[in-house]
Design a protein around this ligand. Structure first.
Ligand code: FPP
Length: 241
């Protein structure tokens, strides 16, 4: 086997999912509006995309807006949607420099039209970049994804006039991003210790890492600490120790 050429670092999580929590508290601590926290959260997201790509992680899922986040105030929702329409495609030089392909998970059709077209645009603009694939989970809920997958499987069966018991593999094929490997590591920032409807199907054997640091404070060292903690875990996927 040839040993020359670049090597992937050993035991780096291939797919990392992040619940980016704490933007509002970060802003409150500084007597700033919650929206400033989201603005800083966007900067943190860029730092962590870079850190993840540098570490050798190939897939990164960012929980940017959940199906439950519609319960926030209209002003906050408008601001978050504005972040997407105002910044996503403008960051093309950043995607190009790092080699970021952007994809989406969640129910796109129920987002404002401007957001839909921005998301479709950025996916098209970045489709040839290969270093890291960033999944923007926007209007995403794990239960909602499973229901939409089951609905697609059922429609496919009706079209094919096929039957029999539904299998795990069949449902998997109808998830939003069937080509994505399951996450190896889920990070939640901001002190809470729960999954909040993120990647429920895919998290079956994910390692969980919780940090008290608020998302806008996250940087390269925080991501490195999470990866280092992950590397010390022994995974057995339900097998014996
Ligand atoms: C949770 O913090 C954060 C969100 C609901 C929004 C996440 C969005 C960003 C980080 C902006 C990045 C955007 C893109 C497009 C990548 P919170 O508001 O619940 O904070 P709190 O728990 O302190 O109130």
């Amino acid at each position: 086997m040839a040993l020359d050429g670049p090597r992937e670092p050993d035991n780096v999580p291939t797919h990392v999912g992040i619940i980016m929590d704490g933007n509002g508290r970060w802003a409150s601590l500084r007597n700033l509006p919650r929206t400033s926290g989201h603005q800083e959260g966007l900067e943190a997201a860029k730092r962590i995309v870079r850190a993840a790509a540098d570490s050798g992680t190939r897939y990164l899922s960012l929980y940017a807006f959940s199906t439950e986040n519609w319960n926030r105030t209209p002003d906050e929702i408008r601001f978050l949607m504005g972040l997407v329409t105002g910044y996503l495609r403008k960051e093309q030089p950043f995607y190009e420099e790092i080699g970021v392909r952007v994809v989406h998970s969640g129910d796109l059709k129920r987002l404002p039209r401007a957001v839909q077209s921005e998301v479709r645009g950025v996916m098209k603009d970045t489709r040839d970049f290969e270093r890291i694939t960033v999944n923007l989970a926007l209007n995403y809920g794990g239960r909602d994804e499973i229901v939409r997958a089951a609905d697609r499987a059922w429609k496919q069966r009706t079209a094919d006039q096929s039957g029999g018991p539904l299998t795990t593999a069949e449902l998997q094929r109808h998830l939003d991003l069937p080509e994505f490997p399951d996450p190896d590591l889920i990070i939640r920032t901001g002190g809470e210790r729960r999954l909040s409807n993120f990647l429920l199907w895919q998290c079956a054997y994910a390692e969980l890492y919780f940090s008290d640091r608020l998302w806008p404070d996250w940087d390269h060292d925080d991501f490195a600490a999470a990866v280092s903690d992950y590397r010390s875990r022994k995974r057995n996927f339900g097998g014996s120790r």
